[in-house]
Structures are given as C-alpha cells and as structure tokens.
Design a protein around this ligand. Structure first.
Ligand code: AMP
Length: 284
C-alpha cells in the first residue's frame, strides 16, 4: 500500500491508473478505523481495480467548540488496517495542502443540508461537500463508498454528484453495529462505561419504533413522543432530534410509510451520537 501525502502526488497516481485503463474506488474517512470503515473498504474492493482510502480530519466541517482538536487519531494502526483491508493507497494529506492560503471556493448543497444535523451544525455539510468534491477531483474515482450511518451526509453527496454531473457511482453501505446495536463510530471512544451502556438507547429507539409500526402505529408525532420520553428518561442523555423523513429527499413526514427513515441525534454526556434506520424488519 502506498501512503500519499500531497494532492499533486495523489493526482499523478490517479492519472497513471486511468491511463492504464484501471478503475478506482474511493472511501473517504476521518480515520480511527473500526469495523464500519473496514466494511466500506471491503465493499470498495469489490467495485474497482484499486481502492483509495482517504484519511483526513477535515477542519472546515467542524464548528467552533466542536471536537476537531480531540478527534481520535491513530495513524499507524489505521495504515495497517487499511492495508489489510485492500487499500492500494492511503491518502493522508495535511490540512494546509488541501486548504492552502487563499482557498475560498466552497460547495453548498441547499435543501438536503438544512435541518437535522445541518440545523444543529451550521456549515458542517458545506465543509463535507467541499472536501468530498476536492477528493473526487484528486482521486478521480468511478465509485465512492459512504456509510448509511451518516444518512444526511450520504443524501448530500448523492445530490451533489447528480447536480454537478460527476460520473461517479455513489454506494451507501449499511450501518455496522456493535453486538448490542450501538452503531460503530470513532466518537464512541469518548464514552465512559456508564455512557457506553446508555448509548444503546439510540438503537433501542429504532427497534421500539419498528415494533410500534409493526403494531399498526403510523403517526410520526405519536411515535416521536414515545421515543423522546424513553430517551429523555435516562440520566445524562438528551435527545437533540428524533425525526421521520423521506429516505430520498429527507423531507419530514407526518405519517410513516415504506420510504420512511427514522433519524436521530442524541447527546450522551458530552458526546453527540447519531443513528438511523428504516422502519421495516430486515433493514439495518
Ligand atoms: P468517518 O471516519 O466517521 O467520517 O466515516 C467515514 C465513512 O465511514 C463515512 O462514509 C461513514 O458514514 C462511514 N461509517 C462510519 N461509521 C459507520 C458504521 N458504523 N457503519 C457503516 N459506515 C460507517
């Protein structure tokens, strides 16, 4: 596996592969790999001749007071895991090379970025869309793999790719969970033992909603109030949003249907966790 540190070197590598007629799949990440990341890498390996994993803690997608400085990092271990899971390249640039002095072009994906996490983290999806656009131009993938864990992010990327007419197939990979249902996340490392137990409330809420829907309940405001009450009853846990949306365009729904996705953000202690799920059995 090659470790590439600069945009020109990344571009040169991509050009060479394209000249050879070989395809590239990109897996953008912020590192501190867990099985969710590894599943994306393995999926990417099935889709193209070469996998490029990018590892970049993107400063412009963090708001003031968020966890940019303390975001968990372990480069050596990540490099080992990327190599074992089929990456041909680990692209790990410094922020100064991605955003050199004078950088001033950003990408805004309007409606899909509003509400949910976008409402709570202003500028977050602008940062995400901008860095992913830049990665697309440097890596020149035919395929890009993202996790459904970040459901709004996936919708933002799909919209951007369609709107800007990129010839890139975007694959959404199902959420990889711990045995007790907690969605894997680099941020789970922030949780104390008690918080880790409490953090299962997100998946339990999804399961509870599935039960109620199976029992015939369709009204989102009722479902929401049940889930809100259960989550809020836990000490040190606070629901930020619990919303039923259309899985395609993320518009809020009043009645559950086959296209519904439950999306939620919950603060467990000081750690903000997100999760989502379809409401019908057999889905993640
Ligand atoms: P991150 O490093 O957290 O920015 O995540 C990099 C990619 O991995 C994103 O596309 C995420 O949606 C995806 N991802 C993170 N956690 C999971 C998970 N538990 N299951 C599936 N994909 C995930």
């Amino acid at each position: 596996m090659d470790i590439i540190r600069t945009p020109p070197a990344m571009n040169a590598w991509a050009k060479e592969m394209i000249a050879r007629g070989q395809s590239i799949a990109l897996v953008p990440t912020m590192g501190f790999f867990h099985h969710g990341h590894l599943a994306l890498m393995n999926r990417a390996s099935e889709e193209a001749d070469h996998v490029v994993v990018s590892l970049f803690v993107n400063p412009i997608q963090f708001g003031p007071g968020e966890d940019l400085e303390k975001y968990p990092r372990n480069f050596e271990h990540d490099a080992e895991l990327a190599q074992k899971n089929g990456a041909a390249v680990l692209f790990a640039p410094e922020a100064e090379t991605i955003y050199p002095e004078g950088f001033q072009t950003t990408i805004t994906v309007d409606q899909v970025s509003q509400g949910l996490c976008g409402g709570r983290r202003p500028g977050h999806f602008k940062g995400v869309a901008t860095v992913v656009a830049k990665l697309f131009n440097l890596v020149r993938p035919q395929v890009a793999v993202f996790g459904e864990k970040d459901f709004q992010q996936l919708a933002v990327i799909r919209r951007m790719v369609a709107d800007l007419a990129w010839d890139i197939r975007v694959i959404g990979h199902p959420i990889v969970r711990e045995p007790d249902g907690l969605a894997m996340s680099s941020r789970n490392s922030y949780l104390s033992a008690t918080e880790r137990k409490n953090a299962t409330c997100l998946y339990r809420a999804i399961e509870k909603a599935r039960d109620l829907v199976r029992g015939g309940e369709k009204e989102c405001s009722f479902l929401r109030s049940v889930l809100f009450r259960e989550i809020s009853s836990i000490n040190g846990v606070e629901a930020e949003y619990i919303t039923f949306v259309d899985a395609q365009d993320l518009t809020e729904q009043t009645m559950v249907n086959r296209a519904s996705r439950l999306v939620l953000a919950v603060k467990v202690g000081r750690t903000r966790l997100i999760d989502n799920g379809s409401l019908f059995s057999g889905d993640t």
